[in-house]
Design a protein around this ligand. Sequence first.
Ligand SMILES: Cc1ncc(COP(=O)(O)O)c(C=O)c1O
Length: 498
Amino acid sequence: MTQSILTRQAAPADRLPDSQPLYRQLADQYRRAIGSGVLRPGDRMPSMRAFMQRHGVSLATATESYRVLERDALIDARPRAGYFVRVPPTAALPAASEPDLATLPGAAQFVGIHSVISSIVSTFQRYPDALNLGGATASPDLYPTDALQKAALRALRKRPTLLTAAGHDQGDPALRAIIARRALDAGIQIGADDIIMTHGGIEAVNLALRAVTQPGDTVAVESPCFFGLLQALESLGLRALEIPASPTTGLAIEALAFALHTHPDIKAVVVVPNLQNPLGSVMPDTHKARLVELCAQAGIPLIEDDPYRELADAAQPPRSLKAWDTDGTVIHCTSFNKVLAPGMRVGWINGGRWHPRIGMLKFAQSRHNEQLSQVVLAEFLETNAYERHLRRLRDRLRLQRERMAAAIATSFPDGTRFTPPRGGMFFWIELPRDMSSTVFFKAVLDEGIRVMPGTMFSNGGRFDHFIRLSSPSTDLDLADEAVRRLGRLAARMAAHPD
Ligand SMILES: Cc1ncc(COP(=O)(O)O)c(C=O)c1O
C-alpha cells in the first residue's frame, strides 16, 4: 500500500476505505511510507501539483495533508525547493571532541607527509573501481557541464585567436573585473589589478608561502590541516607548527596567540576560515576579526585559503578574513575548482602587501594561466547562471549531507562522534578511541569503498582514529548503502580491535 502511493498516477479519493478525512488518510499513507523507509530522510516530497494529480485531490486537501506531516515533524519545507522528508536530528551521535588547548602547540616540525600520502595514494591506485567517499570535489554532474561547454564554443567563435595569442600576465582582464565585483559578497574590496589568476587554489597558496618565507622558516597551520598544505610546506622546506582547531569554530585563536608569543620564528599563518578541510567548521566573525588583528599586530602575513566559502549553508555565505584586513596583512587565495569546474583549474590570489612580489613569482614560475578557461568563466559569471548553479549545488550537497549524517548516526558504533558540518561536502568522523583509521581505510578498500584516513591531516600522526568522508556521489542510495557498510565494518572492528 505504501509503495503504491509513490508510484501510481491518480488514486481517486472516494475509493479510499477509511472514515477519516481524506487529507488525514493521505497524510497517514505518507507517514507509513516514511516509517517503513520507503521514503527516506532527505527525499523530496512530490510538489503540490504532483500530489494533487497523483491522488486526484484538490489543492486544499493536498495543503492540509502536508500541514499535518509538517506539524508532526515528518517533513520540512525548504525555501524555493519544496518539501522534503525530515532528517532526524543527528544528535544521536555526540559532537566531535574539542581540541585540548593545554597540550599544544609543541615544537615546529619539518613536514614529513609525502611518504605517508604516497603510500596511501598508491594503495588507492590498486583499487581503481572503489566508490570514492574520500574526494574533495562534487560529482561532475553536479557542475554545469553543458552551460560551460556552450560558453567554451561561443568563446572560441568570438575570439578566434584565443588559443594562439598570449594573454595578460595577471590573467584575463575582463574576468578579473568580474571577480573583483563578486568579491564584494565576501566583504573584499579590491580592483581588477589586485587579482592574479592562478592554477587553482594550490598554486595561489604556494605562491603566498614563497613570497613570505624562506626555507627553514616556521609556518603556523591548523590541526587537523588540509594535507595539500602539508605537502606544499614540505616541498618548500618549511616547518609546520600545528595549532589546534575546533570542529565548530575552526582555528583556536588563543592557542595561536600563545604560539606567536612562544615561537617568535613564525613567519606566516595559514588558515581555511570557511568550511575548513577536513573539519567543515566556519569561524565566527568575532574570531575572524580577532585573528586578522592578531596577525596585523604581530606583523605576520596571514594566508587565507578560502575555496569552499560559497558552499556554506547560510543564506548569506560567510565573509572572508580579507574583509577585516586594513593594512594588507591578509593574502587571500581561492579557486573555482570546488564550486564550479574542477577540470578548469582556475584560482586567484590577492597578495595584500606582497602583491607585487607574488606577481613576479607567478611570472617566473608559470607565466599566465591558459586563456580559454578564463574566458569561459568570465562568460558564465556574467550571467545569473552562476547563482542558480550555486543554489542547486548547495541544496544538493545539503541533501547528501543529511542522508549521510542519518546513515552514519544509525550505523556507526558507540564511541563514534562527529559534528555536522556547516555546508560543503566533508564529514570529519571521530572513531572509537582504539580504532586505527590506517587499518580501517585498507579494510574498507577491500569492500570497494575509498575513505581518507585521519593520518593524512597532520604531520604528527595525531588523527589516526579519525576519517574524512565526503559525499560526492550523485547516487544517494548507493552512498547511503556504502556508509552503512562502513558503519557495520567499523562496528565489527570496534568490537574486535585486534
Ligand atoms: C583547503 C584547500 N585548499 C586548497 C585546495 C586546492 O584547491 P585547488 O584544487 O583549487 O588547487 C584544496 C583542495 O582540496 C583544499 O581543500
